[in-house]
Design a protein around this ligand. Structure first.
Ligand code: SAH
Length: 304
């Protein structure tokens, strides 16, 4: 029998997470919210469903008494909410991101219904390899703990790596929703089925529906889809895109005067592929070596 080190295919994992652990990985991102009341009402909607990670991108008014009033008791979420300047910052550390949009878009990402998206999001569990590696890296003296304690520790470590590797649901501004530039930074587009003649929900109502569906999905006994290796984070993929763009500009493939939405297309391709960290490193290594080769300084000189 040949001994293969290949990881098992996606499948059930031992030590499945509790619904609360699944929800703890989820981050809600509100982009350029105009009305502080909507921020408060969104915090309330999230807390009622057991979610607590709120990130605000460039809110018009925050903190604000109107947000506190509409939060009616969920002020702790508002106190902990992080305010950042760009969507890219808000997505740091995420391995999957879902953009909520009332409208279909041209050149859009994979489009999912809300129920499909929430089922997929809660089923994405951290790579078991992370917990195993963390266990293996423990000091020798600690290895004699009983098996059950070690397993509990592995599960806790997996949860830690999971909370560091979050999943984001992204909501747009009240008047115009998410811009195309914002959408393209996410991995999938999500639409909440509504009356086609009146398809736009109030922001906090959209937040409520997503939070509710996440709660139902987390409680359902879905088979976890474990990525065998750690997935690339948003910031890793962004650095790959910058590296690729610079290389394509240098090679002449990308014409800055006629970019033909090339980088958007690459972002869409990478989102579909759901890249692993290691794959990002390989692709960046390829770019570096090709550039060096083109500049007449190949990394490896082959004998003639
Ligand atoms: N007029 C805007 C809607 C803004 S509502 C537009 O046409 O895009 C504010 C946010 O709530 C949206 O950006 C989106 O994130 C969310 N939202 C509202 N209705 C939605 C729906 N039917 N499906 C998905 N998201 C929705």
């Amino acid at each position: 029998m040949t001994h293969s080190k290949a990881p098992a295919a996606l499948g059930p994992v031992a030590g499945a997470e509790s619904p609360q652990e699944k929800l703890a990985r989820v981050r809600f991102v509100l982009v350029a919210t105009s009305h502080p009341g909507n921020i408060g009402a969104s915090a309330r909607a999230m807390k009622a469903m057991g979610l607590d990670d709120l990130v605000l991108v460039n809110p018009k008014r925050f903190p604000d008494p109107e947000a506190v009033a509409l939060a009616s008791g969920a002020d702790d979420l508002l106190d902990r909410a992080r305010v950042v300047a760009t969507l890219s910052e808000a997505l740091e550390g995420t391995v999957a991101s879902y953009a909520l949009s009332a409208r279909r878009r041209e050149l859009s990402h994979r489009a999912l219904t809300l129920r499909e998206a929430t089922a997929e999001a809660v089923a994405l569990t951290p790579a078991p390899a992370l917990a195993e590696r963390a266990l293996a890296a423990r000091p020798q003296a600690m290895v004699s703990v009983p098996a059950r304690a070690a397993t509990a520790e592995a599960v806790a470590l997996a949860a830690m790596s999971a909370s560091a590797a979050s999943i984001a649901f992204v909501f747009g501004t009240e008047m115009s929703g998410l811009s195309n530039e914002e959408l393209i930074l996410c991995q999938a587009l999500v639409h909440i089925p509504v009356n086609p003649q009146f398809s736009s929900l109030n922001l906090s109502q959209a937040v409520q529906l997503v939070a509710y569906e996440l709660r139902l999905a987390a409680a359902a006994d879905a088979v976890p889809q474990t990525a065998p290796f750690p997935l690339a984070r948003h910031e890793d993929v962004e650095r790959l895109c910058e590296h690729l763009e610079q290389t394509l500009l240098a090679s002449g493939f990308l014409d800055p005067w006629a970019p033909r939405r090339l980088m958007e297309r690459f972002r869409r391709l990478f989102a579909r592929a759901r890249l692993e960290q290691e794959e990002v490193n390989i692709l960046r290594g390829v770019l570096t070596s090709m550039r060096a080769w083109a500049e007449g300084r190949p990394k490896i000189r082959h004998p003639r």
